[in-house]
Ligand binder design. Structure first.
Ligand code: ASP
Length: 441
């Protein structure tokens, strides 16, 4: 057991967590027991990961930029990253649209099921809060997200995990200025950040020691708080279409890794698997980010000059799984409620889902907020929004878990792609005692 690779231990924790969750749902007081005595361990784990996210982004991005020696290299990496992110997202949306139009999951759903789902969820406070949150986001102008990216207080930005883009902006600004003042002046500051970077990466390793136990707690909690299994079954076809799409995205990443970087896709997937399993358990690419960074740098061999920029930016703006889900969900809702979609509407979905995936926060359930905006972009009636969301709400959590895995895998694949394209993909320098408990003593 001690020598088991980390991903097997995490997987075991997940399976046991699901099993224990099922047992608890059968026991009187089981749900209460889970929320009082099991859930806190999962929450602590997520808090620990979030705790180190900002120091890790700052330290690693400063190290990445200052190692570059010249700004044009950074511009080169930045441009390639953004273009690749847009391309992979458009591919994901297109796959989603293709599948949902081909398999038409919305047409098979009968009126009784629609009525049951509507009466169960349309007035649910969770559904209503997603709609009002979307209204808040939409009321801002088209350039608002650029305005939001620029902080007016660096410490303020660093004190709020949801302001990751502001932190990235400030850090890039600082890093570029360090390049400009020259090596001699910047050296003391660089040394501090280099050291901070190594220390925080070690914190990731330490936190990961508790990952198998934490995912046990997280999944127990997901099972005990999940919805009526009959409703899940009614949405089976829709869920399958999303899952097929997500699987096709994995195949797409695997092909890119194999053809472009000449590495084995199985090797890629096994090295990144601890991050994928955490993405699944936490439903948050932001919480998973420290682990994704550690895996990509130390286990996939991507140079920090690339990963330190590509991954934090990706966690915030690149969500291939989320955008694929939004395309499928929007068309599914339209099909189920008999709302005709023209070809132009489908093109609108591509643009709206692309913007929505950029605007979605990397936290559980965020994709559904932006789905409201996608629906509105195709003229979906405002008074039917709650009914639309009610149709897919029952399966949203399990699908969120799966799409977050793809969001994280996409970021990792793009970082390998960009690294290869700028000659920064080397051999992994795995300081992988995180896989071996005995070395930690
Ligand atoms: N939970 C997703 C993430 O953190 C976002 C979403 O699709 O809701 O990547």
């Amino acid at each position: 057991m001690k020598k088991w690779p980390l991903h097997w231990k995490i997987l075991l924790g997940m399976v046991l967590g699901i099993g224990f969750g099922i047992v608890l749902t059968q026991m009187e007081g089981g749900v209460d027991f889970s929320s009082k005595f099991i859930k806190p361990f999962g929450t602590i784990f997520i808090k620990l990961l979030k705790l180190i996210a900002i120091p890790l982004i700052v330290a690693s991005l400063i190290k990445g930029i200052s190692d570059l020696k010249n700004i044009s290299k950074f511009r080169n990496i930045g441009l390639r990253t953004i273009i690749t992110y847009v391309v992979t997202t458009v591919i994901a949306i297109s796959i989603g649209l293709l599948l949902v139009n081909l398999l038409k999951p919305g047409e098979g759903i009968d009126q009784d099921t629609i009525n049951t789902l509507t009466s169960t969820y349309a007035n649910d406070s969770n559904v209503q809060s997603k709609i009002s949150e979307a209204g808040r986001q939409k009321s801002s102008g088209p350039l608002q997200f650029i305005e939001d990216m620029v902080p007016d207080n660096a410490i303020g930005a660093m004190s709020n995990n949801s302001l990751m883009l502001q932190v990235i902006f400030f850090t890039i600004f600082l890093g570029i200025s360090m390049l400009l003042v020259g090596e001699k002046q910047a050296e003391p500051l660089k040394k501090i950040f280099d050291s901070l970077n190594s220390v925080v990466l070690k914190m990731v390793d330490l936190i990961m020691l508790s990952a198998p136990f934490a995912v046990f707690a997280l999944l127990t909690n997901v099972v005990v708080s999940s919805d009526n299994p009959e409703l899940l079954l009614a949405l089976f076809k829709y869920a399958i279409v999303v899952l097929i799409g997500l699987l096709l995205m994995v195949v797409f990443y695997a092909l890119v890794i194999m053809v472009y970087t000449k590495k084995s896709p199985f090797w890629f997937l096994s090295k990144i698997s601890p991050a994928q399993l955490l993405a699944f358990s936490t439903s948050s690419s932001a919480a998973t980010l420290p682990v994704t960074m550690e895996r990509v740098e130390e286990h996939l061999g991507v140079d920090k000059e690339v990963s330190s920029f590509v991954l934090p930016v990706g966690a915030t703006i690149n969500m291939d799984g989320t955008s694929l889900y939004q395309a499928v969900a929007a068309v599914f809702i339209a099909q189920a409620l008999g709302f005709e979609l023209t070809f132009a509407d489908q093109l609108t979905i591509v643009v709206a889902a692309l913007m929505a995936s950029i605007g979605s926060a990397a936290v559980p359930g965020a994709g559904m907020v932006m789905l409201v905006i996608v629906l509105e972009s195709i003229g979906f009636p405002a008074d039917k929004l709650a009914v639309g969301l009610a149709l897919i709400f029952a399966v949203d959590r399990p699908l969120d878990m799966c799409r977050t895995v793809i969001n994280v895998t996409g970021d990792a694949a793009v970082s390998m792609f960009v690294a290869k394209s700028v000659g920064k993909l080397g051999e992994p320098k795995a300081q992988n005692w995180d896989d071996h408990y005995d070395e930690v003593k």
